[in-house]
Write a protein that binds this ligand. Structure first.
Ligand SMILES: C[S@@+](CC[C@H](N)C(=O)[O-])C[C@H]1O[C@@H](n2cnc3c(N)ncnc32)[C@H](O)[C@@H]1O
Length: 204
């Protein structure tokens, strides 16, 4: 019970920290509008963040109990390639590498969130890789497992890419929302008591 509460507090702290940093950046942008470096910096931060919000989802971390459950449902074997497409603060890839010995890779397009993931990587001492890039530009064909927490529209658009690229047997585990018209292999029901969303598990 204690760890559930502390996990929620950590999630909230992360969410608010990133929001505050974002607001500070925008404040710098508006107040120092005449400073070209501030303008360029703000543009470099804001544009990819907006693209990430529109093409995938805003940064909202998956609650830790759900991260653990998703990785368990993915049945990851040592050395398997695990991608988190839109990895946020990196929690899924760090845990996949630590607990399952996965070759875990995360893609993150929002610069501030990417920085947060890199800071967390230092504390986790994780060998997982985090790339500052748009997951839509990556070929995911060598994935054994894909984990994601994206908006329903983004998942529907992603379906075509995944259908083209994924090899047979790849497991795809999605938090909260189902993927387009795919037939689900397992659905972990909503945990109403702890306010946790469902998990959708697919095998291609
Ligand atoms: C809802 S959060 C989930 C974060 C993490 N996967 C988790 O479960 O805790 C979605 C993340 O995907 C990132 N994202 C959205 N679209 C993206 C894209 N096209 N390429 C890379 N990252 C993207 C967002 O910046 C955000 O951090």
């Amino acid at each position: 019970m204690k760890s559930k509460t502390s996990n929620k507090i950590v999630d909230l702290v992360i969410f608010f920290s990133v929001s505050v940093i974002g607001i500070v950046v925008i404040a710098i942008f508006t107040q120092t509008f005449r400073n070209p470096f501030a303008v360029i910096l703000a543009i470099l931060i804001i544009i990819p963040t907006v693209i990430a919000m529109v093409t995938g989802a805003p940064f909202v971390p998956t609650p830790m109990p759900r991260v653990k459950k998703m990785l368990q449902l993915a049945k990851i074997k040592k050395g398997e390639k695990v991608y988190d497409i839109g990895c946020g603060d990196g929690r899924m890839v760090y845990l996949a590498a630590k607990e399952y010995g996965a070759n875990a890779v995360g893609f993150e397009l929002s610069p501030l969130v990417f920085l947060l993931a890199k800071v967390r990587q230092f504390f986790w001492r994780s060998k997982a890789k985090i790339f500052f890039t748009d997951f839509r530009a990556q070929n995911l064909g060598d994935a054994d497992v894909i984990v994601c927490y994206l908006m329903p529209d983004s998942l529907a658009r992603l379906q075509e890419k995944l259908d083209k690229e994924l090899k047979k047997g790849t497991r795809v585990v999605s938090y909260a929302f189902s993927i387009g018209t795919w037939k689900v292999n397992h659905r972990e029901e909503r945990d109403k008591e702890n306010n946790l969303a469902p998990i959708w598990v697919y095998e291609r």
